[in-house]
Design a protein around this ligand. Structure first.
Ligand code: PGA
Length: 263
């Protein structure tokens, strides 16, 4: 794992947007996995800026979102589909035919999940998967205890996730109890992974998933099994890491590291 510690949310957003933009420039038909939540809002703002100022081209990019609440129609204002259009797609030249978000109001979530997996396979797989991390250590909606072999499926949400996400709804009872989510197995098949995280409230889970043991109780720790993961954190989220001196040395001597390991 490459650990990039940035001073604050703004820098975290800029750094992560630069990483995504350089992948799109490298491969115009990039298959890009996307995340929702508060964390990536700044990253998406930066991508919009790069699109407007430098012409970053999304027209051939295919996107797959990680998850969606079951029961919410795509145009519901709390749906992740709506979030993605509001925060990114409508501000860039995204091609709606290449945009995939799990359909929350499907009649058959299980069948839909299989279809979603097939669409990912048909594109040749995800080149770069963007992730956030939940307060309980989840990636996508893979709550503690999720199998590392799991594929896209229905998942019941943890009490903590429901409470964390209640801020987006009128009342906690309105938060859906189930979601369709890519599995850990699906995520681990992405060629590259970029996890972004900010805030003191995530410092504990960051220390656990980066420096703790691999455990299904902190599903983000599964990323230790992947060979190309970049984590961009702000200083608050990094405040409980113990090996920061090493991470910062690698970050500041990147030119030397790149010569040796090619990344
Ligand atoms: P957040 O959500 O960015 O709103 O904190 C992250 C997540 O639950 O994956």
């Amino acid at each position: 794992m490459e650990i990039i510690i940035t001073p604050d949310y703004e820098q975290m957003s800029k750094t992560s947007a630069q990483i995504i933009a350089s992948e799109i420039k490298r491969k115009h038909d990039l298959v890009l996995g996307l995340a929702t939540g508060d964390t990536p809002v700044g990253t998406y703002d930066e991508l919009v800026k790069i699109h407007k100022e430098e012409g970053l081209d999304f027209s051939k990019v295919t996107t797959f979102n990680l998850d969606e609440y079951i029961g919410l129609a795509p145009l519901h204002k709390n749906s992740y589909n709506f979030f993605m259009w509001e925060n990114l797609f409508k501000h860039v030249n995204a091609n709606s035919g290449n945009v995939y978000v799990p359909q929350g109001n499907t009649d058959d979530p299980e069948e839909f999940s299989q279809w979603y997996e097939e669409q990912i396979k048909k594109t040749g797989g995800i080149d770069l998967q963007v992730l956030g991390i939940g307060g309980d250590g989840h990636i996508a909606f893979n709550e503690p205890g999720s199998s590392f072999a799991s594929r896209t499926r229905i998942k019941a949400l943890e009490k903590q996730t429901i409470e964390d996400n209640a801020r987006f709804f009128k009342k906690v009872e309105d938060v859906p109890r189930f979601a369709i989510t890519m599995g850990i197995g699906t995520i681990l098949e992405a060629k590259k992974i970029l996890l972004i995280v900010s805030g003191k409230n995530k410092a504990g889970v960051c220390a656990q998933f980066i420096e703790g043991p691999v455990s299904s109780q902190i599903t983000a720790s599964a990323l230790q099994l992947h060979n190309y993961v970049t984590v961009v954190l702000d200083a608050d989220a990094a405040s409980k890491l113990t090996r920061t001196e090493y991470y910062n040395w690698v970050r500041d001597n990147k030119h030397m590291v790149q010569k040796k390991v090619g990344r």
